[in-house]
Design a protein around this ligand. Structure first.
Ligand code: PMV
Length: 330
């Protein structure tokens, strides 16, 4: 999928011209980065897969008076929302601006399956669902580029200099290749099953990105070696996806985990879950997203072993697990 052929901004069940009290909705899904996190901030390529089992749904009603947010994390006026919801408040403001309704009031309701701060794209997915719901509520179709801009404004509140990968990945329904700001489709020769396991430790993307930036400033040569290695692994992963070589893809994921650890974005909680997955026969496992906590992404051998590996991961302390399949494209 390319950025220009992203799915339509307005879901088909949303009314074209809502009455002032009608609710309009927007959805987006989670994502996992298969290879290339952090290196993508330095213009290396990245590969991401959709986590369609994890969805965010936003509902917007046009209202009068101050805008309100209703969610599990907070219920009240948007202007008084806690700092951690800054990206959501920015998504709402930027979406209203994008549809030519800056300063108008809305009632925004968010329901999310996605754990926040776990490297599975929660902030970008919420922003994507919000911009779609706002566009539907104001009877406007935003193109993929306009949606992307709104999500990126929200992501900048979340972690200052987002590469743009998440903003694309949460709107994709198949794996994407992201390089030089552009998205292209990925050939997948055989279906693959992944288990995602949450360490229960909040990921610290903002801090991890800032750490890599400092390290790059202080030791450009040493850091470049690691970023180049991550870029190379991402290219190798694309080849293994295209040839259906799951064993080699798993080995590349293991090397990706080790390289991210050397970069300084690992955490013992991630190492432990990755080691558990490998000990239970997974082809490979790595941290996914910003790191320093969050989730591991595990490539398992076949559908049958998914439940066993997921059970072992929960036994080793995972707070939650999800299973997702990437379909073959050929
Ligand atoms: O932790 P997440 O899901 O926000 O992913 C961050 C990915 C990084 O490559 C570390 C940052 C970026 O902007 O791409």
């Amino acid at each position: 999928m390319t950025s220009s052929s992203a799915r339509p901004a307005r879901p088909s069940d949303a009314p074209a011209t809502p009455t002032p009290t009608a609710a309009a909705s927007g959805r987006a899904s989670g994502k996992a980065i298969l290879l290339g996190e952090h290196a993508v901030v330095y213009r290396r390529p990245a590969l991401a897969i959709p986590l369609s089992a994890l969805q965010v749904r936003a509902e917007v009603r046009r209202s009068s008076g101050p805008s309100h947010l209703h969610s599990d994390l907070y219920d009240g006026p948007l202007t008084a929302a806690p700092a951690r919801l800054g990206p959501t408040a920015m998504a709402a403001a930027a979406a209203l601006e994008a549809v030519g309704a800056a300063g108008e009031s809305i009632d925004l309701r968010i329901a999310s399956d996605l754990p926040a701060e776990r490297g599975v794209g929660s902030s970008a997915a919420v922003a994507a669902a919000v911009v779609r719901a706002v566009a539907a509520a104001f009877g406007t179709d935003l193109d993929a580029a306009a949606e992307h801009d709104v999500i990126q404004r929200a992501e900048r509140v979340a972690h200052v200099s987002p590469s743009g990968l998440d903003a694309h990945a949460v709107r994709a329904d198949a794996p994407i290749w992201f390089e030089d700001g552009a998205v292209s489709p990925v050939a997948v020769a055989a279906p693959l099953t992944f288990v995602i396991a949450d360490t229960g430790v909040a990921g610290r993307t903002r801090e991890a990105v800032a750490y890599v930036r400092r390290r790059h400033d202080e030791d450009p040569q040493g850091t470049t070696v690691l970023l180049d290695e991550l870029g190379e692994l991402t290219r190798e992963a694309r080849t293994h996806l295209a040839t259906g070589d799951a064993r080699s893809l798993g080995a590349v994921m293991d090397r990706g985990h080790a390289t991210l650890d050397l970069l300084g974005v690992g955490d013992p909680s991630l190492d432990e879950l990755a080691a558990t997955a490998r000990a239970h026969g997974a082809w490979g496992a790595k941290l996914t997203g910003g790191g320093r906590g969050g989730c591991v992404l595990v490539l398992i051998r076949d559908d049958k072993s998914a439940a066993e590996v997921a059970g072992a991961l929960r036994g080793a302390g995972a707070a939650a697990t999800w299973t997702t399949t990437v379909e073959a494209t050929t």
